[in-house]
Write a protein that binds this ligand. Structure first.
Ligand SMILES: [Fe+2]
Length: 452
């Protein structure tokens, strides 16, 4: 790395470590690095990356300025090819081409498999572009360059774990995840990967204990990503039918600070909607979310975030604002040429229409619009556990719209994938009853009773 200051280099390393730990001090560490050497190219690039990672439209201009200053400093200093590649990746991201940025980070990793920053950003890009194979394989490709003697090894294991989990290899994911947590108990991403394994395998009681066990280690030093772990704890309670416990976590943990962050809003909206699907009203909580979402209806940074802003508006029955947001999505998709434009056109907009129909109580339209795109939703990114809200919405829309044969098929799928889910069996019983299969419904009801 090019810098005249050993102190700045040390502070850059500290910033990366803080970033990977989701530590609150990440921004301050970066500022200290820039104070030690204002010309350091990699910290300027990092500042631009961070502005993008925050997922807020009003920060994009500052990301662009960081890119311009990094490019200028790189020209003056004659930096390394790797640093130039990072500058180019930031430039691609600023141009709306996250996929191209992802390819540049992967290119860096071919030559420099220990570039943790490139690895983490490639992990982010693959995650939000639904590139499941790359998400799984990217950390595997660099593993030969890592072992316990290399600082940061645990973070690689944690990314490997999460990539495997999203690819459905739960056994291997848990082994790598637990190994990472043993090396560093504050590695909240690795804790999170194992939490996902427990969610997908229906190990709800174990999941509750897992989150509680590790919450102490990240403690007050972790930034808002910790809310996502509390959200996962809420999912376990939800599957166990403990709705009061979910609401308590909502109010005291993952929505306590009512932030404007897209992930925090996504956690909250997706959980309130899950509760609504189970007949539990979110009440005034929806209004708070809809007010935050209304600030972002023209952002269009991530189709994943857009879908969750739409959920906020639908939950609060904010029909007019939802219509404005959809209109903005349509206009944006016709003007943009970057990575997200086709995703928005093919999946983001149809999904937005589904959510709008849900808000209007039009269950028939939800089923009609969601069935053809359900297997394409992976393209908006996020995890299987996060996107499951849309599978649940489809099922409940089919049930409420009395399309019982469709619901029966969807629920046969669901109980096969999630046999430990009492709710899945209860919904299945309702669908079977609706199709006139009383004996099948009784069997499904008894399966549900066994799991509550
Ligand atoms: Fe998660």
């Amino acid at each position: 790395m090019t810098t005249a200051s050993a102190d700045a280099a040390a502070k850059f390393d500290l910033t990366i470590e803080q970033y990977l730990e989701f530590a609150k001090g990440t921004g301050d560490a970066m500022k200290a690095c820039l104070a030690a050497d204002p010309e350091i190219v990699m910290a300027q690039v990092l500042r631009g990356y961070f502005f993008h990672l925050m997922g807020q439209a009003h920060l994009l201009e500052r990301a662009g300025k960081s890119h311009a200053s990094a490019e200028m400093a790189a020209d003056i200093q004659g930096v390394t090819a790797r640093e130039r590649c990072h500058v180019a990746a930031l430039g691609a991201w600023c141009a709306g081409n996250l996929a191209a940025a992802g390819r540049l980070w992967e290119a860096i990793l071919i030559e420099a498999p220990r570039d943790l920053l490139a690895l983490k950003l490639a992990h982010f890009a693959h995650f939000y572009l639904g590139e499941l194979a790359d998400h799984r394989d990217s950390p595997a490709r660099v593993m030969p360059a890592w072992d316990e003697s290399v600082p940061g090894y645990g973070y690689v294991l944690g990314m490997r774990a999460f990539g495997l989990e999203e690819a459905g290899d739960y056994g291997a994911a848990e082994v790598f995840g637990r190994q990472a947590v043993e090396l560093n108990g504050r590695d909240i991403w690795a804790v999170h990967a194992v939490a996902h394994v427990m969610e997908m395998q229906g190990r709800h009681r174990e999941g509750l204990a897992w989150v509680d066990l590790h919450a102490g280690a990240w403690g007050p030093n972790a930034h808002n990503f910790q809310y996502h772990l509390w959200w996962h704890k809420g999912l376990y309670h939800l599957e166990m039918g403990q709705h009061d416990a979910v609401m308590d976590l909502y109010d005291t943990r993952f929505r306590a600070d009512q932030s404007d962050d897209y992930l925090d809003i996504s956690n909250a909206a997706a959980m309130l909607m899950r509760l609504e699907l189970r007949g539990v009203a979110g009440g005034e909580r929806w209004r708070e979310l809809a007010e935050k979402a209304a600030r972002h209806i023209r952002d269009h940074i991530l189709p994943f975030a857009d879908a969750h802003y739409m959920l906020c508006l639908a939950g609060a029955r904010g029909t007019e604002t939802a219509g404005e947001m959809l209109a903005s999505m349509r206009q944006w998709a016709t003007q943009e040429t970057g990575t997200m434009a086709p995703i928005m056109r093919d999946v983001g907009i149809p999904l937005g229409e589904v959510i709008q129909a849900w808000g209007a109580g039009n269950h028939g339209r939800v089923v009609e619009k969601l069935m053809p795109i359900r297997y394409d939703l992976v393209r908006i990114g996020g995890s299987h556990a996060q996107r499951d809200i849309f599978s649940q919405m489809l099922i409940v829309a089919a049930l409420r719209g009395r399309q019982y044969a469709i619901a029966r098929g969807l629920l046969a799928e669901r109980v096969a994938a999630k046999p430990a889910s009492a709710q899945a069996w209860t919904w299945y019983a309702e669908a079977l009853k609706g199709t006139g299969d009383a004996a099948g419904a009784a069997r499904a009801d008894s399966e549900a009773a066994l799991r509550t």
